[in-house]
Design a protein around this ligand. Structure first.
Ligand code: CTP
Length: 402
């Protein structure tokens, strides 16, 4: 089967032209190259193409150096593992060296070695992602389907290529459920059994890989369906017992949707807010989320610990270092009384400032020293309890503490 027609119809003219130029250059250098993975899958599904992935039987970084200079190819990035992102005619294209992968231990990143294009297809996650199409002149647009991916695309089936797929790389559990919900496909029966058997390997994934998969789920249009599928297979609980359920996440995300919180991290804030206070810092560390999220976790912990009967100064002390984002997030689920403490802080206490300084107290006859600071703190504490004062009123109050 040849998909030249699909290439012409689905790709933009600069995408088509860029792939053509690459094919011609690879021909000149005697290198086999193919469109692969999601690019071919989405072409066959008639979806527009945003990511162009090409595999070649050589290290792209070395090959690009030999391209005709007139094409002004820009290298956007490259890695030591034989991948290279280039910009050609304004199109970002991923070039990867055909490779074999060995997984020293379940959940580890693979050890990669250069291999044939056939090996490269065989290492992939699902049959629908193991389709390819030639871009050399001799086989331009020729569909390559060693693993019956086309039949699975037609029958709307997600199927792994071999029995160890999920064990080798448990992120494929997330991936399979993502594709299933995104495309409206079913897991093939044997694949479903293997996915369930692979759940026990999820705890072996590094925090960075887990977080990357969770972020990918959040970024999908149909993320609620994926979160429900994650619940169905108890994926979250397998990764870490402290992870929240997908259904709770769906609800909490909706509450946060209209609050103007940074949309890059909003879903992760919802995620963290749902973890029990005793597990929260452990989970944040497990996910390798870094200091910004550790601070967020401890901020919402402070809010949750606010006593219902807290005084104005307790509220001020507890919240003065807490971020506004944490207050917005916690405000969606704490008790009405705690919410009123948050409102009091944001609307009034946070705006109470000292308008006097040490020099004013020295003008009043105090000598320099730590007592100046004491008097200023007491003046501020007085206002926190009684309300804001003008500068002259603050001086009167300060005089009482001198
Ligand atoms: N791949 C894999 N196993 C993984 C990750 C990726 O086999 N754990 C392979 C698949 O063949 C996949 C390709 O690498 O098609 C590219 O990966 P990625 O960019 O993550 O996926 P896409 O197929 O492009 O899908 P998406 O539309 O989600 O970007």
């Amino acid at each position: 089967m040849n998909i030249e027609n699909l290439l012409k119809k689905t790709l933009s003219s600069s995408q088509y032209q860029a792939i053509n130029i690459l094919g011609e250059q690879f021909d000149r250098l005697g290198i086999r190259a193919f469109l692969v993975g999601g690019t071919v899958r989405d072409l066959l599904l008639g979806n527009s193409i945003t990511d162009i992935d090409i595999v070649l039987e050589s290290n792209p970084h070395h090959v690009i150096a030999k391209f005709d200079v007139k094409y002004e190819i820009e290298i956007v990035s490259y890695s030591q593992f034989g991948t290279c992102k280039i910009n050609l005619l304004g199109q970002i294209i991923d070039l990867a060296m055909a490779r074999k992968e060995k997984y020293p231990f379940p959940g580890d990143l693979p050890v990669v070695e250069q291999a044939s294009f056939e090996d490269d297809l065989a290492r992939r996650d699902f049959s629908i992602n193991a389709l390819a199409a030639g871009i050399n002149r001799s086989d331009w647009g020729e569909l390559i389907d060693f693993h019956d991916g086309l039949a699975d695309l037609t029958s709307k089936r997600i199927r792994v290529l071999h029995c160890e797929s999920f064990e080798d790389d448990p992120t494929r559990i997330f991936r399979g459920l993502r594709y299933s919900a995104r495309l409206g496909f079913d897991l093939e029966n044997k694949t479903k059994g293997l996915l369930i058997a692979g759940l026990e390997f999820l705890p072996l994934l590094s925090g960075v890989r887990v977080t990357s998969e969770i972020r990918k789920v959040f970024s999908e249009e149909n993320s609620a369906a994926i979160l429900n599928a994650l619940d169905q297979y108890k994926v979250m609980k397998y990764v870490h017992e402290g992870f929240p359920s997908g259904s709770d996440l769906i609800k909490r995300r909706e509450l946060l949707g209209s609050l103007g919180i940074d949309s890059n991290n909003r879903d992760l804030y919802a995620f963290i807010s749902l973890i029990s206070p005793t597990q929260r810092q452990n989970v944040i560390v497990r996910m390798n989320l870094g200091n910004e999220f550790l601070k967020f976790g401890s901020d919402i912990g402070r809010i949750e610990l606010l006593e219902e009967e807290a005084s104005r100064s307790d509220i001020h002390d507890q919240l003065k270092q807490v971020s506004e984002t944490a207050m917005l997030v916690a405000g969606t689920y704490v008790s009405t009384k705690t919410k009123s403490h948050l409102d009091l802080f944001l609307e009034e206490l946070n705006n109470i400032n000292l308008l006097i300084g040490g020099e004013d107290l020295i003008d009043l006859g105090m000598s320099q020293g730590p007592r100046v600071g004491d008097v200023l703190s007491k003046t501020l504490a007085h206002m926190i309890e009684s309300g804001p004062l003008s500068k002259s009123e603050q001086i009167l109050v300060a005089k009482r503490f001198i």
